[in-house]
Design a binder for this molecule. Structure first.
Ligand code: GLC
Length: 641
């Protein structure tokens, strides 16, 4: 049982209108964990004063929580794990690329409604440096809204309207670093010793050189090394991402206390889900790669346990694009199981889906997912086929080798397949951070371009166009039924192609991730009634799947996912099984039709009297000679009969 469940138990029967009393109960319930985590990070003998400050800070932060959100918090505690519902369907977008500014987004709520979206991830909207700023992930503030998006008032108006429409909002908490223009960084550069200790700063290269022996490079092409010399400060500062993103020093408890305040200010604007950016990097230790360290987990759990006392209706999404077994740890382990992040990106599924498209086989997917332990019952996934970032090949070399493939050769094949290294491949993506020395690289591109639509249209090849539409719908169908919150990248629902305009912008041209951050094409949206357009086919295909998902209770995440081996290496089959209800998802990753044996489908209860019911087409089909046929890139959602 996690702490959220305990809060549910102890608030039962208490007066909702007495938030102070409920706050006290939560405070008491979490106090021991908060103390243990705090003193695990910060030595008790020297940091008692900081702990006392934390205890004073929590009621102060709660006092700042708006009344309306406090009431919503109580409702959410009672409702339980609202984020696991089949009703959750998300979309990720850059406000300016979508519709100019926050008011523009508010004006498009009917678009989300039509498609069935009830949860938005707005990319960073707070102030950032002019010029390079990593799409706002270099923050000048955690709560001041950048003018280009509007004002705080606009954001508050948007979140209020969204609450009224039962919609949820996710914003980023860029916890690992600030920009070099953030007020603390400015003071550090002006010589303040106090603020230099908010970052990892060094007078000479001795410690940086020691660190570099083990630290990998995140952006090797554009930002090699992990330290930057600041001439004004006359010191080296740790910059794991870009030189203008300074890593915060969480070994300093003042940083934790101030960042907790920043987090609460952010969520008090009406944020439901906090995307905890780059959280694997929160703790640095000499002699290690300084990712996924136990202390980083303790910092996250400490944030969680404090936020849960102040704003329990808010949850965390772990942005940990790391090895599959490491991702699971962000749900918490041991005493913090279920008390760290409620949600994590299912980056493993994402990478495996792209692998299956390129190889036309699902063997690596079965091997990899079949070897993962179950996630905790109260936690869930964000299932997605791609986001604003690159697609990394987070595949397990051990499993690639077990299939008889050479891991390095296999990775090269995938990069060639997606990044125009193979004449015959339908994909049109770009390489990201390719390192010719190691052969490592990542992939960028919109879903439609990576799945063949761009080439199909260029070559005016109807077959290629048809196949790409089917692939786009099939992959979305998988993330819509896999168990967790599906998150669609804005534009993919209307098959938007790559956007090459970044090449003409000095602040963007070296970062090919901009190719997959296109502007929303409202012209195309205006033509969605023309059912012959590829864009309309994709839109209506995805919309249909969303609407079925929302009507199918068994698709809520109750850890009720079972992979089924069909004996056909091109097929992925998984079941979402519940009390009497059930959905069996079957997809074909090959360009030829495939068959599966009806025998086991019947045994599972999805075939009766030689008939099955496909929810996608809402039709019954008869089975010939005991086999079910699955067309190329078709997705079936079979209904339990
Ligand atoms: C996350 C973001 C990415 C950004 C990085 C640094 O990985 O998704 O876009 O570059 O954090 O903040």
């Amino acid at each position: 049982m996690n702490q959220a469940a305990i809060h549910r138990l102890i608030s039962f029967g208490l007066d909702k209108k007495d938030p102070e009393l409920l706050f006290d109960k939560r405070f008491t319930a979490n106090l021991t964990l908060i103390k243990d985590l705090f003193f695990l990070l910060y030595d008790e003998a020297t940091h008692k004063k900081h702990f006392e400050r934390l205890l004073k800070l929590l009621p102060e932060l709660f006092a700042q929580r708006p009344e309306e959100l406090r009431l919503q918090d109580v409702e959410r505690i009672e409702a339980g794990n609202w984020y696991q519902s089949e009703k959750m369907v998300g979309m990720q977008l850059y406000v300016d690329h979508f519709n100019k500014d926050l008011k523009g987004v508010a004006n498009k709520l009917s678009y989300f409604k039509d498609l069935g979206i009830n949860f938005l991830h707005l990319m960073p909207i707070t102030t950032r440096p002019e010029g390079e700023n990593d799409g706002g992930y270099a923050v000048n503030s955690y709560h001041e809204i950048d003018k280009r998006y509007g004002t705080k008032k606009d954001l508050l108006a948007l979140t209020k309207t969204m609450r009224g429409e039962n919609m949820y909002l996710m914003l980023d908490f860029v916890a690992n670093h600030t920009s070099n223009e953030f007020s603390w960084a400015k003071k550090a550069r002006e010589g303040s010793k106090k603020y230099q200790e908010y970052y990892y700063t060094f007078s000479d290269r001795t410690i940086p050189d020691e660190f570099e022996k083990n630290l990998p490079e995140i952006f090797p092409e554009t930002a090699p090394g992990n330290f930057t010399y600041d001439p004004k400060m006359k010191k080296w500062v740790m910059t794991v991402f870009n030189p203008y993103q300074w890593d915060l020093n969480y070994t300093n408890p003042d940083v934790f206390l101030e960042m907790l305040t920043n987090l609460c200010k952010l969520v008090n604007m009406g944020v439901d889900i906090v995307r905890f950016d780059a959280l694997a990097f929160l703790w640095k230790k000499l002699g290690t790669i300084s990712q996924n360290l136990p202390e980083a987990h303790a910092v996250i759990a400490l944030f969680k346990m404090c936020l849960q006392v102040v704003a329990p209706g808010t949850i965390f999404l772990a942005e940990a694009i790391v090895a599959p077994h490491e991702i699971l740890k962000y749900f918490g382990e041991g005493p913090t199981k279920g008390n760290e992040c409620e949600v994590a990106y299912n980056a493993s599924l994402m990478a495996l889906l792209w692998n299956s498209i390129a190889t036309k086989k699902t063997n690596l997917l079965y091997k990899s997912l079949g070897n993962l332990p179950d996630k905790p019952r109260d936690c869930t996934w964000i299932n997605y086929i791609r986001c604003h970032d690159d697609i990394g090949l987070g595949l397990d070399d051990r499993f690639i080798a077990e299939l008889g493939w050479n891991p390095q050769g296999h990775r090269k094949f995938l990069l060639d397949y997606y990044c125009q290294g193979l004449e015959w491949s339908p994909a049109k993506g770009l390489l990201f951070m390719y390192n010719p020395k190691t052969g490592d690289g990542r992939i960028t591109g919109s879903a439609a371009s990576l799945l063949g639509l761009e080439k199909g249209l260029e070559e005016n090849d109807p077959e290629r166009i048809r196949t790409s539409i089917d692939k786009i719908i099939m992959l979305h169908g998988i993330v819509l039924s896999f168990g967790g919150m599906p998150l669609i990248y804005a534009g993919d629902e209307i098959a938007t192609l790559n956007d090459y305009s970044f090449l003409g912008d000095d602040a963007k041209k070296d970062d090919s991730r901009w190719v997959n951050r296109p502007t929303q094409n409202w012209n195309t949206v205006g033509q969605l009634d023309n059912k012959d357009l590829p864009q309309s086919k994709v839109y209506h295909g995805i919309k249909n799947l969303i609407s079925i998902r929302k009507r199918t209770a068994v698709l809520s995440d109750e850890n009720n996912l079972e992979l089924h081996h069909t004996g056909n290496q091109h097929i992925l089959a998984f079941e979402r099984n519940g009390n009497k209800q059930g959905v069996l998802v079957v997809c074909n990753f090959d360009e030829s039709p495939q068959v599966i044996n009806g025998g086991w489908v019947a045994k599972l209860g999805y075939l009766k009297e030689a008939c099955y019911h496909d929810m996608v087409t809402d039709k019954k089909y008869e089975v010939n000679s005991g086999f079910i046929e699955v067309k190329p890139y078709q997705i079936l959602w079979l209904k339990k009969l």
